[in-house]
Design a binder for this molecule. Structure first.
Ligand code: MOS
Length: 719
């Protein structure tokens, strides 16, 4: 039914965001905007050293500030809750806090001050005196004390993709590339600061917090506080940016819940921008060693990709991007390995296209270097190495439209007019460079459930524990119901963002649209069947449907697990499931000042069914702009002596403004995939950033003849 609607073109219409008006008029309430009665305010005290322990707190001056209610430290919270040193990512975020005097990283939460006003809490927090026993900290790669572990050695589930004999093939090859790449630490910096508001009604805890996984947060906090999840409710109606930073349960939520219990009133925390750098997650810096070998006609004969990622001392968090880079091109001999390097840092976490962004920068820059070595056009090099089967496992791709993306993107960009030689195109004092890269991102789906109510008067109401993190979730849900049940959009209301609604998993990993829409489609089908089987379907009033969607390959108890806060991802042994894209960038480098401008971007993407071209294009465009940002501007700078972030504000942490981005064209390449899920949705949340870093870096090479392998590429690298 919903599938038929896709086939006849009635699903996937252009529609403006139904929440757009509320957002631009300020009436959309984000969790920290939502009023609570008689709140107390929390202000975090964070560690000024990166390693060691707290010898003593001196709290008299802080307690003397008028309006101070309480100060939480490990001394008075011990045993009240447990926030294990957690693994980062989906199941956790910042490193453990307040269980002990131990300090794992700079900026770790060591105390929470509660007061009648935000100002009093802040003033008192600055008056907390801490006597530290400080040790020399390890900042990152190459710092003394950094310890390396191969993932395959510490994780049973980790497998480094390998095939054939890459070492021999590399040694024997006619043309080869052997290079090292680096990507820096980056922080999400969502516009909405990291917030938590908690209040208790008897034994029931209500949490208002911007989240990418309300059921996960509910279960995670319940576990930390040793409560039943049934007694915890999470409300997260709108989310002011997330990008991976709000997928996990961090220690701060349970802390604020505990604080609310102690002062017996609601407690609101809004961490400062600077604190957000250490009380939440970030994208860890990575290193790569890539070796590529090819025959003279450009066919890859060996691909070696070794990656290293920074993580904290207690966690093994990693993103492991060789899963994707080993599968992008046909190659008989592949060898990959991923290692983590522990340092005295906060635990990293997911950040938009977690594995793709750093790992694909390395591979797709190396591919450009190979094209130069082969004297071959970079698009042609990708073309000859396309494959319909996974080079590692030999299984087919469920669908794969890389060639179509290359064709459509190259044509729209005008790639045919490119001159091969670097520094051969110019406009006055500006050197012009044209670069490109491929993109791919896994197409996952998880189980989800939805509630649908059809009113006798002709309206529909949907409730689902889905999330609006800026992606347009409500709009695609309403559009799907409208198209499937033939109900006008104005008569459809959608409620999301609450753990009181049926669970829909994480809004992350480009999984949400597929999971949510397939569950809502199932509810619509059941509603239609109910109506078709009755002469007077509304005789007993409204029709209420609760539908669970268990995609093929999902574990039978996936819905139960979702209620318990465990995300579900479908496994498919018979196919590789990826969305693909081709990305093109024009840069201009000033001949004398080396200023870098980016006037033009084109991306062509094939991601199965597009539920709404308006919101899908916005997602892809946002990803592309972020790719430019990552390639040229973004880096969290570290004082290596203190293992401390330096540029912890939006003045010094560089991101592009409108004037930095010229035209950005997004092309949606039609693609049908009946394997990924019933609606054929692959997801577009992350694909847009994946190839952009390398496309820009390759364009910089083409403009100047300088190959820069460390991001970000700033003008000093081109002097
Ligand atoms: Mo995303 S980094 O999967 O929220």
């Amino acid at each position: 039914m919903a599938e038929a609607a896709i086939a006849n073109g009635s699903i996937g219409k252009m529609r403006s965001r139904i929440d757009g008006r509320r957002k631009v008029t300020g009436s959309a309430l984000y969790p920290s905007d939502t009023a609570v009665a008689n709140p107390a305010y929390a202000f975090l005290v964070t560690s000024a050293v990166a390693k060691g322990h707290v010898r003593a707190f001196h709290l008299n001056a802080a307690r003397a500030v008028r309006g101070v209610l309480d100060i939480l430290t490990y001394e008075n919270t011990k045993g009240a809750f447990e926030t294990q040193p957690n693994p980062g990512g989906a199941s956790g975020g910042a490193t453990t806090t307040l269980e002990s005097p131990r300090i794992w990283h700079d900026g770790q939460i060591i105390a929470v001050v509660l007061a009648d006003s935000y100002e009093a809490a802040r003033e008192a927090a600055y008056k907390v005196e801490v006597d530290y026993a400080s040790e020399t900290a390890t900042a990152g790669f190459d710092s003394a004390g950094a310890t390396e572990q191969a993932l395959a050695q510490i994780s049973e589930s980790h497998e480094d993709p390998r095939a054939g004999n890459a070492e021999n093939a590399f040694a024997a090859a006619a043309v080869k590339i052997d290079a090292h790449y680096y990507t820096p630490p980056q922080h999400h910096n969502p516009l909405e600061l990291f917030d938590t508001t908690c209040f208790w009604t008897g034994n029931k805890l209500t949490i208002q917090e911007a989240s990418q996984f309300v059921h996960g947060l509910r279960a995670g906090v319940a576990r930390q506080l040793n409560m039943s999840p049934d007694d915890v409710q999470v409300e997260s109606r709108f989310v002011g940016g997330a990008f991976g930073s709000r997928g996990g349960t961090t220690a701060r939520t349970a802390l604020i819940a505990l604080a609310a219990k102690r002062v017996n009133r609601p407690v609101r925390l809004v961490a400062t921008r600077a604190q957000g750098f250490t009380v939440a997650t970030y994208r860890a810096e990575t290193r790569h060693h890539v070796k590529l070998a090819a025959s003279r006609d450009g066919h890859l004969t060996a691909l070696v990709h070794e990656g290293w990622e920074i993580t904290s001392r207690p966690a093994n968090y990693n993103v492991s991007g060789t899963e994707a880079t080993a599968r992008l091109y046909a190659c008989p001999n592949v060898w990959t390995k991923v290692s983590i390097v522990h340092a005295d840092r906060n635990t990293p976490g997911f950040m938009r296209a977690p594995p793709g962004t750093p790992y694909m920068f390395a591979l797709e820059t190396a591919m450009d270097e190979l094209a130069v070595a082969l004297a071959m056009d970079p698009v042609d090099l990708r073309r000859v190495n396309d494959t319909k089967t996974d080079p590692i496992k030999g299984v087919p791709f469920s669908s794969r439209s890389l060639i179509e993306c290359l064709d459509r993107g190259a044509k729209a960009f005008g790639w045919a007019k490119r001159k091969r030689e670097p520094a051969s195109m110019r406009d006055g004092d500006w050197l012009i460079g044209w670069g490109m890269a491929s993109a791919l991102y896994p197409a996952h789906i998880g189980a989800a459930a939805a509630r649908l109510v059809l009113e006798p008067i002709g309206g529909a109401h949907v409730q689902i524990g889905a999330h609006e993190i800026g992606t347009g979730t409500e709009t695609i849900i309403a559009g799907l119901v409208s198209d499937t049940l033939d109900i006008p959009l104005q008569k459809i209301s959608v409620e999301i963002g609450s753990s009181e609604f049926p669970p829909a998993g994480l809004s992350a990993g480009s999984i949400h649209a597929a999971s949510v829409c397939n569950a809502v489609a199932k509810a619509c089908e059941q509603a239609k069947a109910r109506m078709a089987g009755s002469n007077d379907p509304f005789a007993a009033g409204a029709i209420e449907i609760y539908a669970e969607n268990l995609p093929e390959g999902a574990s039978p108890d996936a819905i139960k697990k979702l209620y318990a806060g465990q995300p579900s991802f479908v496994e498919d042994d018979k196919h590789q499931r990826y969305a693909f894209g081709a990305q093109f960038a024009e840069v201009r480098v000033h001949e004398l000042t080396r200023e870098i401008r980016v006037p033009r971007l084109v991306g062509a993407f094939a991601a199965g069914t597009i539920m709404n071209p308006v919101t899908a294009k916005s997602q892809l465009m946002g990803g592309m702009i972020w790719g430019v940002s990552a390639a040229l501007l973004e880096e969290t700078e570290i004082d290596r002596r203190a293992a401390r972030y330096i540029n912890t504000n939006l003045a010094d942490y560089l991101i592009p403004v409108n004037a930095d981005i010229g035209s950005c064209e997004v092309i949606l390449v039609p693609e049908e995939d009946r394997i990924v899920n019933r609606l054929g949705i692959k997801g577009v949340g992350e694909l847009g950033i994946v190839g952009m870093n390398a496309a820009v870096a390759n364009a910089v090479y083409h403009a100047t003849g300088k190959r820069i392998r460390d991001l970000p590429i700033r003008l000093e690298a081109l002097l």
